[in-house]
Design a protein around this ligand. Sequence first.
Ligand SMILES: *[C@@H]1O[C@H](CO)[C@@H](O)[C@H](O)[C@H]1NC(C)=O
Ligand SMILES: *[C@@H]1O[C@H](CO)[C@@H](O)[C@H](O)[C@H]1NC(C)=O
Ligand SMILES: *[C@@H]1O[C@H](CO)[C@@H](O)[C@H](O)[C@H]1NC(C)=O
Ligand SMILES: *[C@@H]1O[C@H](CO)[C@@H](O)[C@H](O)[C@H]1NC(C)=O
Ligand SMILES: *[C@@H]1O[C@H](CO)[C@@H](O)[C@H](O)[C@H]1NC(C)=O
Ligand SMILES: *[C@@H]1O[C@H](CO)[C@@H](O)[C@H](O)[C@H]1NC(C)=O
Ligand SMILES: *[C@@H]1O[C@H](CO)[C@@H](O)[C@H](O)[C@H]1NC(C)=O
Ligand SMILES: *[C@@H]1O[C@H](CO)[C@@H](O)[C@H](O)[C@H]1NC(C)=O
Ligand SMILES: *[C@@H]1O[C@H](CO)[C@@H](O)[C@H](O)[C@H]1NC(C)=O
Length: 541
Amino acid sequence: MWFLTVFPVLLLAIHLPNIKSEWHGDAGPWVIATEGEVWPRPARNWTFDEFYLLRYSNFQILYDGYCDITLRAIHRYTHIIFAHTRSARKVNKNKPKKNFSNDPAFKGFIKTLNIEGPTSDCKDLLPTLYADEHYVLNINRTGDEATLSSETTWGILRGLETFSQLLTPSGSGAYLKIRRQVIIDGPRLPHRGLLLDTSRHYLPLADIRLTLDAMSYNKLNVLHWHIVDDNSFPYQSETYPNLSKEGAYHSSMVYSIANINDIIQYARLRGIWVIPEFDTPGHTRSWGNAYPELLTTCYNSTGQPNGRLGPIDPTKDSVYSFISTLFTEVVQVFPGSYLHLGGDEVPFSCWASNPDIIKYMDSQKLGRNFAKLEEQYIHKVLDIVSALNTTAIVWQEVFDNGVSLPNSTIVHVWTGSWKTELSKITAAGHPVLLSACWYLDHTAEGGDWKKFYVCDPMDFPGFNTSRLMLGGEACMWGEFVDKNNIHPRIWPRASAAAERLWSEFADDLDTAARRLEEHACRMNRRGIPAQPPNGSGFCVV
Ligand SMILES: *[C@@H]1O[C@H](CO)[C@@H](O)[C@H](O)[C@H]1NC(C)=O
Ligand SMILES: *[C@@H]1O[C@H](CO)[C@@H](O)[C@H](O)[C@H]1NC(C)=O
Ligand SMILES: *[C@@H]1O[C@H](CO)[C@@H](O)[C@H](O)[C@H]1NC(C)=O
Ligand SMILES: *[C@@H]1O[C@H](CO)[C@@H](O)[C@H](O)[C@H]1NC(C)=O
Ligand SMILES: *[C@@H]1O[C@H](CO)[C@@H](O)[C@H](O)[C@H]1NC(C)=O
Ligand SMILES: *[C@@H]1O[C@H](CO)[C@@H](O)[C@H](O)[C@H]1NC(C)=O
Ligand SMILES: *[C@@H]1O[C@H](CO)[C@@H](O)[C@H](O)[C@H]1NC(C)=O
Ligand SMILES: *[C@@H]1O[C@H](CO)[C@@H](O)[C@H](O)[C@H]1NC(C)=O
Ligand SMILES: *[C@@H]1O[C@H](CO)[C@@H](O)[C@H](O)[C@H]1NC(C)=O
């Protein structure tokens, strides 16, 4: 009875105003996609009304060099342009052929894109923080060629992406059109990441590779691989094979070191750097399947073990030799000298219940200050990592709990009042990363990319310390996503964060919506199942 009478009333009360404000009575898409706009927006451009045409069969990318990253990128983008040509033919199907020579804006055919970048072999080259990604794209010549120049291979990658995005169906046959323009571009911030969580749900390698493809279409350059956590331990260690043998969901759901090397190589070819996270001392329950002695035994109120295991037990020396051995392997597997140590959400109650830990606290005169115990733990782990010549990244709680950290430790802000956090942490001298605005697992109705887009990572008090703002990451936590739904959950929503991290200036939301409509279709055309960003519409792919 209650259900029948109250529920419909609630339903009306909640949904009526919403339906009204979202009402779109017109035929056709809600948002008209732009044509040939770049996402993320380039730093500077001079765009003219004239245009060139590109005919796939009479077009080549010319590069006189040996860098495998550039050579492979040219191969990929040639294929992307070919696929675009096919799709253009579909778009223009049944339209009459145009005679472009009658169009005064038509400047001729582009037959070559000249790559002017580093030519030497680059087999040892890896992406790093602060790697230069600037490039100049010149489509403003009187002849039949365009030029892409950069000091670095990474700049060439970003410029090829931009060039491919400028092409649009010309309205006639398989010809693509490109406006006459010059673009001078480079990123606003050096660390532009995406977090993938392969502990809550395992992700097949193919889905990680697809994610890396999509990241390169958004000029993101860091894959933060939250590889293990409470639920499962898919990292297949050579030193401690039992960690994944006992801790993975299934024997097929592991990442061998060879698999990881493949991913790192695939990422490198796209200018993406892979930073692993081994979150401790909390978030480690799966470690305890094989090594329960690493974790804290929790006790109930009558002083008996209650059958649960808590965070890592920081009072045992054996824990540190284990971590040292494991991390020595990890930093060799993941080159780049950065390791995310986690440090978030450490529950103190299990430590507080354990009589051995209490005895230790008393012997160390720590009282019942478990933050101090955490501090001891973090210091020892930071020493281990620093002996491995590796820079540590920690989640903000480590700083918030008052753990004293070396200035070089990067603090990653994910919750609370993020502007205040960023000010406090940078004032203390630490580089920062921001994720608080970009939790992709927080979904809302409608075009919820806007809430990600309005977040400006530089907008915090203490501008003078802004050089410590390294960038940020969109986080795709894995509880409710697996290979079936992860791609449309990430894209194009993470594109909003990508633009704020790359571009100095943001567009107004209406303009951004039109550009994102085009960008989502572009990703679809390239095989990324990005979801519709902003309501009714269509893509011809
Ligand atoms: C840069 O590109 C944007 C988007 O196409 C355009 O609106 C703007 O006019 C261009 N700026 C210049 C100076 O050409
Ligand atoms: C296109 O237009 C030009 C100039 O009007 C003319 O010379 C040419 O023959 C036309 N080409 C075709 C294929 O109709
Ligand atoms: C584009 O080319 C024209 C004509 O060659 C030249 O005058 C102009 O300076 C160029 N624009 C840019 C931004 O390089
Ligand atoms: C791994 O676990 C097996 C039992 O599952 C055990 O026999 C072996 O000693 C363990 N290896 C290590 C290195 O702990
Ligand atoms: C504590 O754990 C012991 C052993 O599992 C059990 O017998 C006892 O009832 C528990 N006490 C409480 C208060 O849960
Ligand atoms: C760390 O760097 C120092 C100085 O460059 C070097 O001597 C040492 O061997 C390095 N240690 C490791 C584990 O790479
Ligand atoms: C760490 O940063 C703080 C704040 O900028 C500064 O006062 C301090 O000198 C730095 N410490 C070191 C060792 O560089
Ligand atoms: C789509 O974007 C436009 C422009 O920002 C906005 O007015 C409209 O509310 C959006 N629709 C949805 C469902 O978010
Ligand atoms: C930032 O630097 C400027 C110039 O160096 C100085 O005038 C200003 O007071 C500084 N602001 C803060 C908040 O430190």
